[in-house]
Design a protein around this ligand. Structure first.
Ligand code: SF4
Ligand code: SF4
Length: 261
């Protein structure tokens, strides 16, 4: 989804059973209007799907189609889909016929016009994560005037977002666990987090061509798996990010390196 402008976000939190009327189809007057001049946040799994759809490496995808930004509060790197550098600012994948990567479009495009958010809240038992939904109502979007009724749950099923949510959950949790009041990340750490999160082909090379496997105690089966399984590689990337951010001992350092430190 677009990172919507706040004026377009309905300030009400909804649950999965919330009802709404909406239909998006090729015959609608506003067709593809939502695919220009927007900020679309990409998750690691979005990038994996899109670069494979295009048959290019993660490095090439990131270079050609994205911009990296730094989140102000947490100093965490994140990735935005790059729009065309002209007046219209179109998404590189939109054509008059629609989205050319439709079956591999990012999670946020799938959810639209529903937005999904997570908040970290304090409670007596400690911090809890609250997940909720909201509606984005952009003036140009005529889909709300159509007469097809959904719940947020049935919309999610129709747009096949469950797999994306499963793949993105651990990464979202990492974002929420970062302490905004903590030390800002230095550029070296930001670069490592960026590679382990988004640049999977480079991360794989880093694992096998640096001292990574000498320093960390990683199960042999996992090492074999990440040679060919990109989901396993992505999940190892999440562990490495947790280790870098000192969120938990997701990766174990081998004894000989512990003694040296
Ligand atoms: S990825 Fe597809 S659905 Fe998402 S903005 Fe681009 S063209 Fe539209
Ligand atoms: S109905 Fe809304 S989501 Fe569908 S094409 Fe039009 S602007 Fe985009």
């Amino acid at each position: 989804m677009p990172i919507p402008s706040m004026k377009d976000v309905e300030p009400t939190k909804y649950t999965l059973d919330a009802k709404f009327k909406f239909r998006c189809h090729k015959g609608i007057k506003c067709f593809t209007k939502c695919c220009s001049n927007i900020n679309i946040l990409l998750t690691p799994y979005d990038i994996l799907r899109m670069k494979n759809r295009l048959g290019i490496s993660s490095e090439e995808f990131l270079e050609k189609y994205t911009n990296m930004e730094i989140e102000k509060k947490t100093s965490h790197p994140f990735v935005i889909l790059k729009m065309a550098d002209d007046k219209e600012k179109k998404c590189p994948f939109v054509t008059p016929e629609g989205c050319t990567i439709y079956t591999d479009r990012p999670a946020n495009c799938r959810y639209y016009p529903v937005g999904q958010a997570s908040l970290k809240k304090g409670s007596e038992k400690g911090p809890v994560h609250e997940e909720f939904y909201f509606f984005i109502r952009e003036q140009h979007c005529l889909g709300y005037q159509e007469d097809v009724e959904w719940t947020i749950q049935s919309w999610r099923e129709d747009q096949e977002v469950s797999l994306y949510d499963d793949m993105n959950r651990e990464w979202m949790e990492i974002q929420l666990r970062r302490d905004p009041a903590g030390e800002p990340l230095d550029t070296n750490k930001q670069a490592q987090i960026y590679t382990a999160s988004y640049d999977l082909d480079r991360f794989r090379r880093y694992i096998f061509e640096s001292r990574f496997l000498d320093v960390f105690d990683i199960d042999k089966n996992e090492i074999e798996k990440i040679k060919t399984d990109e989901i396993a590689l992505m999940r190892l990337g999440f562990k490495y990010v947790k280790y870098l951010l000192m969120l938990e001992e997701a990766l174990k350092v081998k004894e000989k390196y512990k003694k040296k430190s």
